[in-house]
Design a binder for this molecule. Structure first.
Ligand SMILES: NC(=O)c1ccc[n+]([C@@H]2O[C@H](COP(=O)([O-])OP(=O)(O)OC[C@H]3O[C@@H](n4cnc5c(N)ncnc54)[C@H](O)[C@@H]3O)[C@@H](O)[C@H]2O)c1
Length: 370
């Protein structure tokens, strides 16, 4: 990017815990300028505007019409998120970077993606592991043919939320499957398959390009993702990672040089904040070069579809579910603390401590994970 070019003007909607994290990311990026914020909770809005010195609005519609924004950043509970994203798309911004999960139903996520796609707006979703540059370095080696073909991907995420926290790992899984269409999935739920609420899910994905992936939701000594190629194995638990090279059935030897540019094989999440920084760099890159953000809204919509497919398989006696899923009214209801305002779920007193903690994290410091 030309350094003389003015920074992209950002307006943030939702000045809660995670809103502070995104704001720190924008302040820390030389190509973005946080100029305004909106929140219907005037306590949260006041804390935020005092901290970041930006104009505050109690109504986000007013912010969208008054400020000349390049990037809209709705950092909201899942319930209001789809409508706000669609409203931002109609307000003439160039990019929208919201949080995850992006929606409850497939229909809502379709509407969000279409509202942006039809206007040429870049939509990103989630301060996500998929934004970490390490994975993209390995993916580039795969694309260059250095590691052989991806054969199998194993995702180990011991989580009781396939949509809430679990969308993180599924996003990276899709990256290493080359974001191919899904042919079919079989799956199971850790609890009641009749429930629409979020829960742990495992299963198998067959991508249309022939790549197989398996998902485990059990807590185990191995967390993260294993990408098994014909000439290499990559494993990351998100905080660190390793790449081993070798031939089929031959000995594997670790290649640490791949991650030298990122400071080595460990410390990927903290305190460097590579995930958050990567997200901001990705939205700037999308605007500068008219390309898809690393963790796009379309990616997150397809991640939700995989999660719905795993559950539908269990509901149908573990039958394979063919994609795309036709019934777009299907969805997964996230845990209350993601669906609704946390102040409402936790109560004022507990929330006050949480927002104070989020508001005191230094720029470049540790992230609120989830
Ligand atoms: N990627 C991650 O690692 C990660 C981590 C934590 C949270 N999250 C996600 O971030 C989102 C927000 O989480 P949080 O912890 O900041 O919640 P929060 O409850 O602390 O903040 C939400 C804020 O949005 C405001 N808000 C709600 N509806 C609004 C509307 N219509 N207009 C304007 N303001 C509105 C609320 O008043 C509140 O200030 C959730 O979707 C959550 O899943 C992601």
């Amino acid at each position: 990017m030309n350094s003389d070019k003015p920074a992209y003007r950002v307006g943030l909607i939702g000045c809660g815990r995670k809103g502070h994290g995104h704001a720190r990311g924008y302040v820390g990026n030389p190509h973005t300028e946080l100029v305004a914020a909106a929140d219907s909770d005037t306590d949260n809005l006041d804390i935020f505007t005092q901290r970041f010195g930006v104009t505050g609005y109690a109504d986000y519609h007013e912010m969208l019409s008054s400020e000349r924004l390049d990037i809209a950043a709705p950092i909201l509970p899942v319930q209001p998120n789809p409508q706000v994203v669609v409203d931002c798309a109609g307000a003439g911004v160039q990019a929208i970077y919201c949080e995850k999960p992006m929606a409850v139903t497939l229909a809502e996520s379709d509407e969000m993606v279409e509202a942006c796609r039809s206007r040429g707006i870049h939509l990103a979703a989630g301060d996500a592991y998929r934004n970490m540059p390490h994975h993209w370095k390995v993916k580039a080696l795969i694309d260059a043919g250095e590691l052989g073909d991806v054969q199998t991907i194993n995702l180990y995420q011991g989580t009781g939320e396939i949509s809430g926290g679990g969308c993180q790992g599924l996003s990276v899984l899709r990256l290493f499957a080359d974001d191919a269409d899904v042919d079919w999935v079989t799956g199971w739920c850790s609890g009641d398959p009749a429930s629409d609420h979020d829960q742990g899910m495992g299963g198998h994905i067959r991508f249309a390009n022939g790549i197989d992936a398996s998902i485990s939701h059990k807590r185990s000594a191995l967390e993260g993702i294993e990408v098994v190629c014909s000439k290499a194995v990559y494993h990351t638990n998100w905080g660190s990672g390793h790449l081993w090279r070798g031939e089929a059935n031959g000995p594997l030897a670790e290649d640490e040089s791949v991650f030298e540019e990122f400071g080595g094989t460990a410390g990927w999440m903290e305190p460097s904040g590579s995930r958050q920084r990567g997200g901001m760099e990705s939205i700037v890159d999308a605007l500068d070069h008219n390309k898809e953000p690393r963790c796009s809204g379309d990616n997150m919509r397809k991640v939700l579809e995989i999660a719905v497919g795993l559950r539908e398989s269990h509901r149908q006696g573990f039958a394979p579910i063919r994609f795309p899923i036709e019934d777009r009214s299907l969805g997964i209801v996230p845990n209350e603390s993601r669906l609704l305002n946390k102040k409402q779920v936790m109560g004022e007193e507990r929330y006050a401590k949480q927002i104070q903690s989020a508001a005191s994290q230094p720029i470049g410091g540790a992230q609120v994970d989830g």
